[in-house]
Design a protein around this ligand. Structure first.
Ligand SMILES: [Zn+2]
Length: 63
């Protein structure tokens, strides 16, 4: 059974709230809704890294 790689929550097949993530080597893993929200910027960074330009991860702006 697939589990969330971040919190080890078991993935219920067909649960559309989970996000499928494709690795560069062709593998696929699933991230639970809670971790999807927490790691959203990482996911976006990962998708962007696949392009020619890899921007620095977002940093909190100092007030
Ligand atoms: Zn999780």
């Amino acid at each position: 059974m697939d589990t969330c790689p971040l919190c080890a929550l078991p993935h219920t097949p067909g649960d559309l709230a989970w996000s499928s993530q494709h690795e560069p080597d062709g593998g696929v893993f699933w991230i639970c809704p809670t971790c999807t929200r927490a790691q959203l910027w990482l996911i976006e960074a990962g998708m962007t890294i696949a392009t020619r330009h890899a921007p620095a991860p977002p940093l909190p702006r100092a007030a």
